[in-house]
Design a protein around this ligand. Structure first.
Ligand SMILES: *[C@@H]1O[C@H](CO)[C@@H](O)[C@H](O)[C@H]1NC(C)=O
Ligand SMILES: *[C@@H]1O[C@H](CO)[C@@H](O)[C@H](O)[C@H]1NC(C)=O
Length: 331
């Protein structure tokens, strides 16, 4: 009796154990499959496993931030920053209008993300525009302090558009620098313009160089674009800047996905993918500093200029990546 009972109990225990193990394995597999595609939350940010902090910096123009037709709200920009903070730790804005800088810095603060921005006091031919943006910059600086501000750019491509004389821009740069110092802050002051406008004279006026280097407008084939960018930047901007003891940053580099071709350069999503794949990780490895052009498509530019101008977004206007984001941590 004893002998027959014990094996049966043993058998039941073994069967019980096997069932428990099988259930645990099945549960684990189901759990893995369920959570694999489920996004985890952090600071109210939905983590997207397809996004990586592989960009040294990204150019960001919020939708509806063109004066006087301002329409963007704090929540729109906060939602943008939730996505952009998973791609980079630096943003560059193009102007102060429509509270775009206030909302961006507020979002960074609210989301507690580690990000810095380059702010731009937009320069065109109009003194009213400049004064409005200048006043807004100093109001933002007083409100948020300097810690999240990587630098300030007095204008973008203002020489290229021939909207200001060299002497006038130099005196604005020096005025902004003096006023910042007068407030007791240290924020480097610069301007961005085409690489071909980045002369040694201009380098002498800025605290660091910031040139827009576009293989697309050089008409390169996409397969040559990364190499062209590195060579052009090194030969024409970085070397002269380093010789003058100044840092150099590519303020714009990217690839369009729609619009007219420029010689060998063809706008398309596959070509954006190729340029991302050939430029990004190599730039990070070589410690080249750059702001990708740009975060999102800008429909107002398609309306006002061309289809090509409006379609440089890494993301669509509803914040979806157009291409696969390479995975290589930027510094
Ligand atoms: C300058 O801009 C202001 C508004 O920003 C506008 O009212 C004014 O007409 C502009 N001046 C010129 C000369 O375009
Ligand atoms: C990159 O460009 C340089 C100079 O233009 C050229 O000598 C070199 O062969 C190019 N490399 C590749 C991989 O295309």
């Amino acid at each position: 009796m004893v002998n027959t009972k014990t094996p049966r109990r043993m058998r039941n225990i073994i069967i019980g154990l096997v069932v428990v193990i099988v259930l645990a394995v099945v549960g684990g597999v189901i759990g893995y499959l369920v959570t694999r595609n489920k996004k985890t939350s952090h600071n109210g940010i939905t983590i997207d496993p397809n996004l990586h902090q592989s960009f040294w910096g990204i150019n960001y123009t919020p939708l509806k931030s063109q004066y006087p037709g301002c329409g963007s709200k704090q929540q729109d920009i906060t939602d943008d920053i939730k996505v952009l903070s998973q791609l980079t730790s630096r943003l560059r804005l193009y102007g102060m209008d429509c509270n775009q800088a206030d909302y961006t810095l507020q979002a960074i603060q609210d989301l507690k993300v580690n990000m810095q921005v380059i702010l731009t006091i937009w320069v065109d031919g109009n003194q009213t525009t400049y004064q409005r943006q200048y006043d807004q910059f100093f109001s933002v600086l007083q409100r948020f302090g300097p810690n999240q501000i990587y630098g300030v750019s007095v204008g973008n491509e203002a020489f290229f558009r021939k909207e200001i004389s060299h002497q006038q821009l130099y005196s604005r740069i020096s005025d902004v620098r003096q006023k910042i110092q007068g407030l007791g802050y240290h924020i480097p002051v610069t301007t961005s313009d085409l690489g071909s406008n980045y002369t040694p004279e201009l380098i002498g006026q800025v605290d660091f160089s910031m040139a827009n280097v576009h293989p697309y407008f050089a008409g390169t084939l996409v397969k040559d674009a990364a190499n062209w960018t590195f060579s052009y930047f090194q030969e024409n901007i970085a070397r002269q800047s380093v010789a003058a003891g100044k840092d150099a940053i590519i303020s714009e580099v990217g690839w369009a996905t729609q619009g007219d071709p420029d010689q060998g350069a063809v706008a398309s999503v596959p070509n954006l993918q190729t340029f991302l794949d050939t430029f990004l990780c190599q730039a990070n490895q070589q410690k080249v500093k750059y702001f990708w052009f740009e975060a999102m498509d800008e429909p107002w530019k398609t309306q006002q200029f061309t289809l090509l101008e409006g379609n440089w977004g890494l993301l669509t206007t509803d914040r979806k990546p157009k291409a696969t984001i390479p995975n290589c941590q930027a510094s």
